[in-house]
Design a protein around this ligand. Structure first.
Ligand SMILES: Nc1ncnc2c1ncn2[C@@H]1O[C@H](COP(=O)(O)OP(=O)(O)OP(=O)(O)O)[C@@H](O)[C@H]1O
Ligand SMILES: [Mg+2]
Length: 450
């Protein structure tokens, strides 16, 4: 698709020469010679770019620029200026013009400038769509009062520098909340850095947080910045803070109090401006009582407490969540979007979801992948949830030793296989790829009688 360009100049010969050259290059062109005509034409049509003279009979280019930018901020404007008007052209750039070109015009230079401007505008648009997509993927879904309240708290907390402690069960969206706080803060265009305190061996966590100098310990061949330095001017998200060792907690407390850190093996103090958001699914107050978490650190972190509600507290959001996840998975896999049967949704709403939204999302992902047709049906959901029950919650019970659980699993597998083969042991053994004698021995050991 060729771009459409508006050429604004009061000199007719410039307009026609320029337009002709541009059309030869495949652009479409319109012309305007006064401020009034420019604004009128611009409002009536869609342009990809404007070439703008600074001196017009009824005003100057700066005034036009302001109006164009207000109406269509993403359309690049290239200013054309004569010798006497360079200052004005520079001022135009300050006010948002893309570039300027001096008169007398060189057609080659104009073509290059236009090509660059259009490319730049295209990339900017692409980036905006990508950003919107990413944002949509990390948006909190749900219209329930619980989610409404959560959103309100986030909106109130986000703009301040106040530390936030996000608590809640596993899979309730704590990380999503931390990101939302960053995205809605004044630091949104600064780094968001995450450290999962549970995923890092405890002896490495100090260097992860504060960095280290060369030679600080065996293997430290190079100096390295820690997450605090990387998050400077932005947000540091300390996930699973409840799993942080006591001695590291003391160092973190100092960093929060002083706003400065020292790298491991270093002696310089480094000032850091970091907003900390922490999250945990542990009960930190209980951990304090047990002596596993520092009370002073808790109060430092818990300036704004935010609770992520468990899914059972906002089940009315489940249909929205399920549909959104199904849509997302389809999109990610390049599939046409699948629908979800109302009865299927109903079954999903009735289910328990001990793993909260994360578990729901995984279930939706499997449903999409296992459903070849255009609609996710009730039987498909029933199969998935039934399967989940025996696989996960049915087998494990607190206080029962592993060998008993395994025996129980083996027994029910053998029973199911026997049933499927009409009690025929030889066929059952073949189906399980066991020697017949081995199956017999196993059944005997498990206390099973034919
Ligand atoms: N309200 C919500 N809207 C949309 N997606 C959500 C919502 N809540 C959770 N999710 C999704 O569920 C998944 C789990 O969320 P997240 O990782 O933020 O949970 P978490 O609380 O940090 O869990 P854990 O304690 O296990 O680390 C993510 O894919 C997230 O996008
Ligand atoms: Mg998490």
């Amino acid at each position: 698709m060729s771009a459409t360009i508006l050429v604004v100049d009061d000199q007719r010969n410039i307009r026609t020469t320029l337009s002709r050259s541009l059309m030869l290059e495949g652009y479409r062109c319109d012309g305007a010679e006064t401020v009034a005509e420019t604004l009128e034409t611009f409002a009536a049509n869609t342009y990809d770019l404007v070439m703008l003279d600074v001196q017009l009979p009824d005003g100057n280019g700066l005034d036009v620029l302001a109006e164009l930018k207000a109406a269509a901020p993403d359309v690049p404007v290239i200013v054309m200026s004569g010798h006497g008007t360079i200052d004005m052209a520079l001022e135009a750039i300050r006010r948002g013009a893309h570039d300027f070109i001096e008169k007398p015009l060189s057609i080659d230079k104009i073509l290059i400038t236009i090509r660059h401007a259009l490319q730049f505008a295209g990339q900017k648009r692409e980036l905006q769509t990508l950003r919107a997509k990413v944002r949509a993927g990390s948006e909190l879904i749900g219209r329930s009062p619980a989610m409404g309240e959560l959103r309100e708290t986030i909106a109130l907390a986000a703009p301040s520098k106040g530390r936030v402690l996000v608590t809640g069960e596993s899979g309730t969206g704590k990380e999503l909340i931390a990101r939302a706080i960053h995205d809605q803060s004044l630091r949104a265009d600064k780094p968001f850095v995450k450290l999962n305190c549970a995923a890092i061996p405890s002896e490495l966590i100090e260097s992860e947080l504060f960095g280290h100098e060369k030679g600080a310990f065996t293997g430290a061949h190079q100096a390295r910045k820690g997450k605090f330095e990387l998050a400077h001017s932005g947000t540091l998200f300390l996930d699973e803070i409840g799993d942080m060792r006591m001695d590291v907690q003391a160092k973190l407390l100092r960093a929060l109090q002083e706003g400065e850190i020292e790298r491991v093996g270093g002696s310089r103090t480094i000032r850091v401006d970091v907003r900390v958001v922490a999250a945990t699914n542990k009960d930190l107050e209980a951990a304090i009582a047990e002596g596993d978490f520092r009370e002073d650190l808790f109060y430092r972190l818990n300036v704004v407490p935010i609770q992520a509600p468990p899914l059972r507290a906002h089940k009315e959001d489940l249909p929205d969540l399920a549909r959104a996840f199904v849509q997302r998975v389809c999109e990610e896999n390049g599939m046409r979007e699948k629908g979800v049967e109302p009865q299927a949704l109903e079954l999903l709403v009735k289910h328990d979801w001990p793993g909260n939204v994360r578990e729901l999302r995984n279930a939706c992902e499997r449903l999409v992948i296992l459903t070849p047709g255009p609609t996710i049906t009730e039987p498909a959901v029933r199969r998935l949830l039934g399967e989940g029950k025996t696989m996960a919650s049915g087998l494990y019970r607190a206080g029962v030793p592993m060998r008993d659980l395994v025996a129980e699993a083996e027994r029910s597998i053998i029973l199911a296989a026997l049933a499927a083969h009409g009690g025929h042991v030889t066929q059952t053994a073949a189906a399980l790829e066991l020697e017949r004698s081995h199956l017999y021995k196993k059944m005997k050991a498990l206390g099973m009688r034919e």
